[in-house]
Design a protein around this ligand. Sequence first.
Ligand code: ATP
Length: 336
Amino acid sequence: MALVLDGLTKRFGPITALDGISFRVERGSVFGFLGANGAGKTTTMRIILDILRPDSGTATWDGTPTTDVPRRTWGYLPEERGLYPRLEVLEQLVFFASLYAIPRREAAARARDWLARFRISDYEKRRAEELSKGNQQKVQLIAAILHQPEVVIMDEPFVGLDPVNVSLLKEAFEEMRSRGTTLVFSTHQMEMVEELCEAVAIIDHGRLVLGGPIRDVKRSSGRQVVRLAVEGDMALPWLADLDGVSVRRPGQDFVELDVDARHDPREVLTAAIAHGERVTQFLIADPSIEQIFIDRVGRPPSDDHHLATVAADAGGTGAPGSAGGGTGVEPTGNPG
Ligand code: ATP
């Protein structure tokens, strides 16, 4: 029971947006899709949703090609946010639900429930254009999930939300997860992934760099991180003589060390004591997803230089055309 992508390739003229992407999202899991701007995240999502067709490769949901899966299986929060600006919030939500044959009363009840969770009940009679961007984004997410899809695919759902709304969205994730919904979201905010996801795929220039359950990704990174603090001088010159250990981040309060997988991190503690240090902190941790991303991709996920390069490569904005309707539900579409 899974969403399985196998060897997806997609070219746009001279640009290879996807170059053999394969990964698997287990049903009922929360899956993070990581990559810098232009990595190919949106293209992958559009292929899953059958908005785009790949040049080669397949996408299946529980063994059925996603092109043959009923449209109501999916909920989609697209990259291009957009609601009908002049339509009142509740009317808008009822309309989108009607595309999936959800009766008005039922749709309104579900919509009100979600509006309350997102603390925007007071806006149900406001026109969408009167709402702040963050509130519009929440309405749009509700539009994407009102028909209770099995899989919700979200393109950068946390971008542009203030901390209060970020935590409301995380609660919504928990709620959907507890109902067994599969959640896939793209992001370049690594802390979201650490906090929310069971598994990840990291892509770069259309290629899968790393993927799988977070724990496996961390273990397979071949890296262990040690945090060490001692009383007095933190220069610790003896560290330079330790095999397989390098200083990742020196500091006044503690140093952070990389220990390669062939060494036991406890060797650091033994060496510290042997050198007469009075150890006040010793912690062994997995590397963060951000560190792994930087190791494998060679730069942080939100590197602005890369963003500029990609925009130039793509001849300007790099923004593909809208997927229609702004919510991923085309008013003329067949709900399946
Ligand atoms: P972002 O976070 O910036 O949205 P992304 O990881 O979602 O990035 P994609 O939008 O999938 O990346 O784009 C991958 C590459 O394909 C980019 O180089 C982009 O410019 C290009 N691309 C995507 N869609 C089109 C299109 N319709 N026509 C031409 N090039 C496209």
